[in-house]
Design a protein around this ligand. Sequence first.
Ligand SMILES: [Zn+2]
Ligand SMILES: [Zn+2]
Length: 767
Amino acid sequence: MRVEGVVQGVGFRPFVYALATRLGLAGHVGNDSRGVFVEIEGPEAGVADFLASLTRDAPPLARIERVSATAITPNGAAGFSIAPSDPGGQRSALVSADSATCEDCLRELADPADRRFGYPFINCTNCGPRFTIVRDVPYDRPLTTMAGFPMCAECAAEYHDPADRRFHAQPVCCPACGPRLHLLDAAGDELPGEPLKQAARLLAEGHVLAVKGLGGYHLAVDAGSEPAAAALRARKHREDKPFAQMVPDIGGVRRLCALDALDEDALAGDAVDGTAVDLAAERLLTGRRRPIVLLPRRAGAPVARAVAPGSHHLGVMLPYTPLHHLLLREFGGPIVLTSGNSSDEPIAYTDDDALARLAGIADEFLAHDRPIHIRTDDSVVRPLRGREMLVRRARGYVPEPITMRTRFRRQVLACGAELKSTFCLGKDDHAFMSHHIGDLENFETFRSYTEGISHFQRLFDVIPQVVAHDLHPEYLSTKYALEREGVELTGVQHHHAHIASCLADNGEEGPVIGVAFDGLGYGPDGAIWGGEFLLADLTGFERAGHLATVPMPGGAAAIKQPWRMAAAYLDGAYPCGPPDGLDIQRRNAQRWHDVLTMARRGINAPVTSSAGRLFDAVAAILGVRDVINYEGQAAVELEQRADLSERAAYAAGIDEGDPLRIAGSDLIRAVADDLLAGVDSRVIAARFHLGVARVIVTTCMLLRERSGLRVVALSGGVFQNLLLLNQAAAGLEREDFRVLVHSQVPPNDGGISLGQAAVAAARDRLA
Ligand SMILES: [Zn+2]
Ligand SMILES: [Zn+2]
């Protein structure tokens, strides 16, 4: 038998050994370059049982992609053994993602009789650090950041015993031989006392604590303390982007969030009540990946205002390392656990860097001496129709590959976009998409990006021959691609990459009607695209429809100040001038005229078909937000404003040329008219969302008539908006379309690199 997938370093051989021994079968199991091989010999019924159990009962961290079995002549072997590994053979084995502490380890952690009682670094084959400690392959202790911790005799005995849960668990350790905690003051000097007890006491006293986690440092405060949360916000220079919280247990999450209201309809009128627990949300929270889960906030949830000011959602996660479990148990309530950085810098992950950069933010540091090899943020997800939608894909997911339907002919590097940057390597039938690296706008982030590419190339033994990149000439990722020597370059249009990403995410190749709605992307005509209907497969696309363009007065300034988009849209919607009495005009009276002049004369006012800018304009008109403090804020708050019990939808005209042009200004006029007529802004926000969903459906129906295509792929950052996504998907399905949405990678620019890789591979097959 041959077993392929993530089957090394996850306790697969001991599992096979135990299974075969229990069934009284003879033979052996071993690792090689392709995964795990097994020879089994015994009565037919036993062998059949063995085969059935092999995939059904596989260890929790294993991901089996293929099992193939061949009958061979019995050789009369006696007993079952684990064959020694061929040391050169493990290079193409898959490294697994970091995984939350398992139940067995938690039991030992809490057992005073266990030798790892209360030890903050307990782990086993089924849990613990992986990706964040691996320096090189083969995945073996000397090539991890555990190299500096030689195993004691007891740990070594467990490590070498095939019947033990810690057999070949590379990070295995104990209080006698493993890493240790330290509590440091802001100068880096060690504080006296038991670090965990002291740390919990400091949190309770309102201190800001830096805590070293799996992929970097976090900043922690008591989530119930207004002064502590406000201090953290002020010191981090973070205005109102919500902080994530770590909550001791699922009961604690229920006190904060509506786990049961994931059918968003049930949330009507903000009345959140009910007892039927949504299994999808609970599974996400308690699973081994442990992302931050964005959930509807309960009215009156006991959270300091400064944690998530004005937000109807909270980002919560459960403890995922033994250190977190112990700290939360000691503290006894939810804590803010936000990335250890100041404003837009990348998260600090080395001890020296953390002390240097976080000294002005954190009062004390709960640190330890196990190095982090690669900076990795927490992942962020939203529950979606019983599944998950990734907003940020990082710790717990990476570096697990996406399995491609068709193999890569040559090895590929896809360089991604600019914001929420990731890259992706393609080899055989695997796409290895990187963790979220961040916005490539400062040196430190760009260095993470280039170092990340080198690290992944080494880890997965990839030497790219084809390099894919965005068409935007100013993206640092594009410039990086153009500087790679001795490779074949292929440029992939931004929204084509979004649609290709959605196809690859679903194991499909098209052709489809692709709806790519996002903030901005470079169009081949040099214009700024972002509200696109593409007839696309993996190799190419035709732009079949788009939002009618509007000027962006002030260029980048119009992104930061949504009221400027409102001004430009209102100007187009009312040729004789917008009606009197709109509050937005009064609020921005000083610059209104200048901005309109810019828009009309096209001075520093590039035109765009961006759907993101349309949402911005509506948010500003409704007074939700004139100026944003973080990317996408206006649209996020507009979604939260919508009254989910509303059923009416605004209509938008479609100019049936080729390409089709959708009149976003019709929606703007409906919004402004209703506002002036005194309609509640929550009702207007809902009618706008439903109107966008409806025009998506209508446009797709027109394109089906023209093209005969009956499958629609929805991608782009705007589809992180679940109200829009659910309405559009449901409307399309009612019209007999098959709808593809994302599940393994984010719909935002974080998923672009996968799409670029898929396009590069498809073009390479044509060549
Ligand atoms: Zn464990
Ligand atoms: Zn030990």
